[in-house]
Design a protein around this ligand. Structure first.
Ligand SMILES: [Mn+2]
Length: 246
C-alpha cells in the first residue's frame, strides 16, 4: 500500500497570489511536488485553502505525512508583527488552513516536510518569526531570489552536524536552488537549525524529538530530476511516511 501524503496547495492567478474562488490551482507547481512524491513511492493528495477544520481533520486522519508547500507570504499578525514595507502578497484563508494543518500534524507526530513557505509556516505555527523582507532587514544577505531556473542550484548551504539533514545527505555542504525573499528569524523552541546560508540565514529546520519533521528553504521538488540531494531528501520523507502503514 502506498503512503498517503497530504500536500497543502496555494493558488496563483495572473501573477498575483491569494485571489481565490476563480478555480485555478497552480497546476505547474503542484505537478512538481506530486510527481516527486509519486516517484518516491507515495500517493499525493492536495489540500485546498478552502478546507475548514472538519475537512482538514478528516484528510489528516487518513494521511501518513504532510507536505507544507511553497506559496505567498504568511500574514505577520500570525507572528505578532505589523506589515512592513517589502511584505509580499498574503492569502489569509491559506494561512489559517496551513497553520491548522501544521498544528494537527505536529500534535499527531505525523511526518512533516516543509518547503520554502513551508519552513516559514512551520516555524510560525510553532511560535517562531520570519524576516518580512530579507533585502530590507538583512542588508548583508546574499541573493536568495535566484533569477536562474528553479532546477538550477545557486547558493551553498552548510549543514549542521548532528542533524536530520546530515543523517539523510551525509554532506556538510551542498548547493541549493531557491526563490525566497523571506527567511526564518527567531527559531521556534521545538525546532533546531539544520542548515544555514553563507550569510547566516536559516535554510533548514528540524525537530530532534519527532519521528520526522524537516523543513528546507530551497525547492527539492524543483530539482528532483537532476539533483541527487533533492531526491535523497524527498525519498527520506516518503520513507518515513511508509513506516506509518499497517
Ligand atoms: Mn536561500
Amino acid at each position: 500500500m502506498l503512503p498517503l501524503i497530504a500536500v497543502t496547495c496555494s493558488r496563483k492567478i495572473g501573477g498575483s497570489w491569494g485571489e481565490y474562488d476563480q478555480g485555478h490551482f497552480m497546476d505547474y507547481a503542484f505537478c512538481q511536488y506530486s510527481r516527486a512524491i509519486v516517484a518516491c513511492g507515495g500517493a499525493p493528495v492536495l489540500i485546498p485553502a478552502a478546507c475548514d477544520q472538519g475537512a482538514l481533520d478528516r484528510i489528516l486522519s487518513a494521511a501518513d505525512g504532510l507536505l507544507l508547500s511553497g506559496g505567498p507570504d504568511v500574514h505577520p499578525k500570525f507572528y505578532g508583527e505589523e506589515p512592513m514595507p517589502g511584505l509580499g502578497e498574503i492569502d489569509e484563508p491559506l494561512d489559517r488552513m496551513e497553520l491548522a494543518a501544521a498544528a494537527a500534524a505536529w500534535k499527531a507526530d505525523l511526518p512533516i516536510l516543509g518547503i520554502c513557505r513551508g519552513i516559514q509556516l512551520l516555524n510560525i505555527a510553532l511560535g517562531g518569526t520570519v524576516y518580512q523582507d530579507i533585502e530590507r532587514q538583512v542588508p548583508e544577505a546574499i541573493e536568495h531570489r535566484q533569477q536562474a531556473a528553479k532546477s538550477v542550484a545557486t547558493h551553498t548551504v552548510s549543514i549542521e552536524r548532528p542533524s536530520l539533514l546530515f543523517d539523510i545527505l551525509r554532506r556538510r555542504s551542498i548547493r541549493v536552488n531557491g526563490k525566497h525573499h523571506q527567511a526564518v528569524k527567531d527559531v521556534a523552541e521545538d525546532l533546531q537549525v539544520g542548515a544555514r546560508a553563507p550569510d547566516g540565514l536559516v535554510e533548514a529546520l528540524f525537530a530532534p524529538e519527532r519521528t520526522f519533521v524537516l523543513a528546507v528553504q530551497w525547492h527539492p521538488e524543483g530539482a528532483f530530476a537532476t539533483d541527487l540531494f533533492a531526491r535523497k531528501l524527498l525519498s527520506a520523507f516518503v520513507r518515513s511516511t511508509k513506516e506509518r502503514l499497517p
